[in-house]
Design a protein around this ligand. Structure first.
Ligand code: S3P
Length: 432
C-alpha cells in the first residue's frame, strides 16, 4: 500500500490547535523513567512511530507499562531484564543512541538495531566516547546494529565534537553508572531535556558556562509528568500561517525551552507577525502560546550557535525563506546531512521540482526570495520533516502538489493532516 499527500493552494488558515507532545521529551520520559525508581504517570505522551519504538524497547527490557489511553502511560521503572532478542528502534536515532548509553552500563548483553534508514546513520559518535568510558560496544564499521557487552564504566572528561543532544545524552546516561565524575564540554549548547529531567529525578548534575558535571551515585526517583507540545511539530502550521495569505492561527501549550526556540528568534528577526506568550511550566520546561499571522518577511543569515537551536526546523525554514524578500544564507548546518535523510540535498532537489532556485552548499544553502512555486510530484525520501515541509510548500504553490511516501509523517506527527485540515488547509491523503 502506498500513500501520498495531495495538496492544493490554500486561501487562508484560521483557528486554534494544540500540537502533540514533544518527541524528544517523550523518548526521555520512557527511557529515563525506566531507570528511575517507582511508578509514575506520563500524560500528553507523543504516540508516534519513533516514540513507540522507544517504548517497545523498554518493554522488551522488562519494564511494565500500562496504557489507559494512547497518550497516557503508567510506567514502573527500576529493574531491567536481559532482552532475548535484538531491540528494534525502527527509525529513531534518539531512541537508539540514548539506549546505547544506558545499556553500555547494564550487566547483560544486548543488540540495538533499527530500519535500513537508521542503519545508515553514524554511530561512531557514540561508540567512541562510550568506549573511552570502558564500554564494550561495537558496530558494523560505525553503524547499527550495535552489540553491547557488560563492562565497568569510568567517568570521562569529554569535549563533544558535534553539538548533538543525542551524543551528550548517551554519555550522561552511561555516566550515571560510571565510577567517578563525567564532565562534558560543548562549543554550542544543544537541547537540554536530558539534563533537566535528570536533575528533576535527583541526579547530581550541574551546568556552568556550557560545561556539564555529573556525579554518579544519587538514586533516581520517578515523578508524574505532563509533556509540553512539540515546537518542532508546531513549526509546520506556524510556517503555513506566515506564508499563506490572510492567515491567523494560535498554537497552544507549546514547549518554549530556549535550546529549542531558535526558529522563533529567527522568524522574529525575519519580520514575522508572532506573539509568544509564556503561560507556565510543564515537566520542568517553559510552555506557552504562539499567535501567528501572515507576514511580510525578509531574508536572513544564520550559523554557529543558532543552528543546534533550530536544527530540525531548517527544512521548513527553507520553505519559509523562499517567501522572504532578499537573500537567506544558512551556514554550519552539515549535521542535516546525517538526519533521516540528507536534508540539505533532499530539500534542495525536491524544492527544485516545484520550480525553486536554491544553491546547496557543503554546510547549508543560499537562496534569494521571493520565489514562485508551481505544483509538482515530490518525494519525502521517507523523512517525516521533509514530507511535512513539502506539504506546506504545496499550500503556496500554484496547482496541485503530490508528496509521495508520506506515511513517514507518522514518525513524529501522526495528526499532521487532520490538524492542518482543521485550520483550512486543502491537504488530503491518497492511498493506492
Ligand atoms: C534529538 C536531538 C537532535 C534532533 C533530533 C532529536 C534529541 O539530534 O535532530 O530530532 O531528542 O536528542 P542530534 O542530537 O543528532 O543533533
Amino acid at each position: 500500500m502506498k500513500r501520498s499527500l495531495m495538496v492544493q493552494p490554500a486561501a487562508a488558515l484560521h483557528g486554534d490547535i494544540t500540537v502533540p507532545g514533544d518527541k524528544s521529551i517523550s523518548h526521555r520520559a520512557v527511557l529515563l523513567g525506566a531507570l528511575g525508581d517507582g511508578q509514575f504517570t506520563v500524560k500528553n505522551w507523543l504516540s508516534a512511530g519513533d516514540t513507540e519504538a522507544s517504548l517497545q524497547a523498554v518493554q522488551d527490557l522488562g519494564i511494565p507499562v500500562e496504557r489507559p489511553s494512547p497518550t497516557t502511560l503508567i510506567l514502573t521503572g527500576g529493574m531491567f531484564q536481559p532482552p532475548d532478542h535484538p531491540l528494534n528502534l525502527r527509525n529513531t536515532g534518539t531512541g537508539l543512541r540514548l539506549l546505547a548509553g544506558i545499556l553500555a552500563a547494564q550487566p547483560f548483553e544486548s543488540i540495538l538495531d533499527g530500519s535500513s534508514q537508521l542503519r545508515q546513520r553514524p554511530m561512531g559518535r557514540i561508540i567512541d566516547p562510550l568506549r573511552r568510558m570502558g564500554a564494550e560496544i561495537s558496530g558494523m564499521d560505525g553503524y547499527a546494529p550495535l552489540h553491547i557487552k557488560p563492562a565497568a564504566l569510568r567517568g570521562i572528561d569529554y569535549t563533544l565534537p558535534v553539538a548533538s543532544a543525542q551524543v551528550k545524552s548517551a554519555i550522561l546516561l552511561a555516566g550515571l553508572f560510571a565510577q567517578g565524575e563525567t564532565i562534558l564540554r560543548q562549543n554550542y549548547p544543544s537541547r537540554d531535556h536530558t539534563e533537566r529531567m535528570l536533575q528533576a529525578m535527583g541526579a547530581n548534575l550541574t551546568q556552568q558556562n556550557g560545561i556539564i558535571h555529573l556525579q554518579p551515585g544519587n538514586p533516581l526517583k520517578n515523578q508524574d509528568i505532563s509533556i509540553p507540545g512539540d515546537l518542532s511539530a508546531a513549526a509546520f502550521p506556524l510556517a503555513a500561517a506566515l506564508i499563506v495569505p490572510d492567515s491567523d492561527i494560535t498554537l497552544h501549550g507549546v514547549n518554549l525551552n530556549p535550546t529549542r526556540t531558535g526558529l522563533l528568534d529567527v522568524l522574529t528577526r525575519m519580520g514575522a507577525n508572532l506573539t509568544i506568550t509564556k503561560t507556565g511550566t510543564q515537566a520542568g520546561e517553559p510552555v506557552g502560546r504562539i499567535h501567528a499571522q501572515t507576514s511580510e518577511l525578509h531574508g536572513i543569515e544564520i550559523g554557529g550557535a543558532m543552528i543546534p537551536r533550530l536544527i530540525d526546523e531548517i527544512p521548513i525554514l527553507m520553505v519559509i525563506a523562499l517567501h522572504a524578500e532578499g537573500q537567506t544564507l544558512v551556514r554550519d548546518a552539515a549535521e542535516l546531512r546525517v538526519k533521516e535523510s540528507d536534508r540539505l540535498s533532499v530539500m534542495t532537489a525536491q524544492l527544485h521540482r516545484l520550480g525553486a532556485s536554491i544553491t546547496e552548499t557543503p554546510e547549508g544553502f543560499r537562496l534569494v526570495g521571493k520565489q514562485h512555486l508551481t505544483g509538482a510530484v515530490v518525494d519525502s525520501h521517507e523523512d517525516h520533516r521533509v514530507a511535512m515541509s513539502l506539504a506546506i510548500a504545496g499550500l503556496v504553490a500554484t496547482g496541485e502538489t503530490v508528496v509521495r511516501n508520506s506515511p513517514c509523517i507518522g514518525d513524529s506527527f501522526p495528526d499532521f493532516v487532520s490538524q492542518m485540515k482543521s485550520l483550512g488547509a486543502p491537504i488530503r491523503t491518497h492511498t493506492w
